[in-house]
Design a protein around this ligand. Structure first.
Ligand SMILES: CC(C)(COP(=O)(O)OP(=O)(O)OC[C@H]1O[C@@H](n2cnc3c(N)ncnc32)[C@H](O)[C@@H]1OP(=O)(O)O)[C@@H](O)C(=O)NCCC(=O)NCCS
Length: 223
């Protein structure tokens, strides 16, 4: 399927576009991959452990400033293998979708960044929370705007979500601009919202809703 924005999705995904709250397992069997003009975003599994490990080793200090505390083994390949298994499992359960970002014309190496939809809630809510991080050396090229736009379109069209939230610390001007450019609106301000980089940090809360305002399909009763 190709949208007017030139996003490419795996063809079988389109075949699974059933208007239902139940997540289609065949969507996951293929490991969703979302492509844009410049990028390929793939659901990473255990086989990508080295690539992810290399990315976080390269960007430890850069990302730590905006991230929860890392587990002790975060910089090891073993951690990313286990996390890859969990990632595939979570996606199969429809709980979360975590993608690695790479250049479209390069074979997944290096990983430019990560982007994820987590805390997926079905029922009448149809919601997910968005998170992302980019390699320090690849900032300023509009990569995350391209990735966020593509992922949100995919989430609305393929996962049939209705609302995506994303939250940033007031000092994170880059992230604020990414979200604004992608159409997110500020919906609130939460004091001491997340424990990040050693302290409870205030966050600006933002959200984007499906521009098509589709109603949930059959089976979308209480979540
Ligand atoms: C936030 C992040 C993903 C931005 O991605 P990016 O692809 O580099 O985004 P860009 O460089 O295109 O910058 C986005 C905007 O910030 C602006 N910007 C760039 N450097 C800036 C700076 N030092 N201060 C303020 N704004 C800045 C850009 O001009 C652009 O604004 P525009 O949309 O008006 O042109 C990336 O910086 C990152 O990974 N940061 C660390 C992790 C993180 O913050 N994750 C999000 C937590 S909420």
């Amino acid at each position: 399927m190709t949208t007017s924005e030139g996003l490419g999705f795996s063809p079988l995904l389109a075949a699974d576009r059933v208007r239902s709250c139940a997540y289609s397992p065949s969507l996951i069997a293929q490991r969703p991959e979302i492509t844009t003009a410049r990028l390929a975003m793939y659901l990473h599994g255990p086989e990508h452990a080295r690539l992810l490990r290399d990315h976080v080793v390269r960007n430890g200090a850069h990302l730590a400033r905006w991230s929860p505390a890392y587990p002790d083994d975060y910089l090891t390949e073993v951690y990313w293998k286990i996390r890859g298994d969990k990632n595939v499992e979570d996606a199969a359960d429809g709980k979360a979708f975590r993608f690695a970002i790479a250049w479209r014309d390069q074979p997944k190496d290096p990983v430019l960044g990560m982007i994820a939809l987590t805390e997926i809630a079905r029922g009448p809510q149809q919601h997910a929370n968005l998170g992302y991080g980019l390699d320090e050396r690849d900032q300023g090229k509009g990569i995350m705007v391209e990735a966020v736009r593509a992922l949100c379109t995919w989430a609305f069209d393929e996962l049939l979500l209705h609302r995506i939230t994303a939250n940033y610390m007031p000092t994170n001007e880059r992230s604020a601009k990414v979200l604004r450019r992608c159409g997110f609106s500020v919906v609130g301000y939460a004091r001491d919202y997340l424990f990040i980089n050693g302290a409870w940090r205030d966050h600006v809360l933002t959200a984007l809703t499906d521009p098509q305002e589709r109603a949930p399909g059959p089976g979308c009763g209480p979540g």
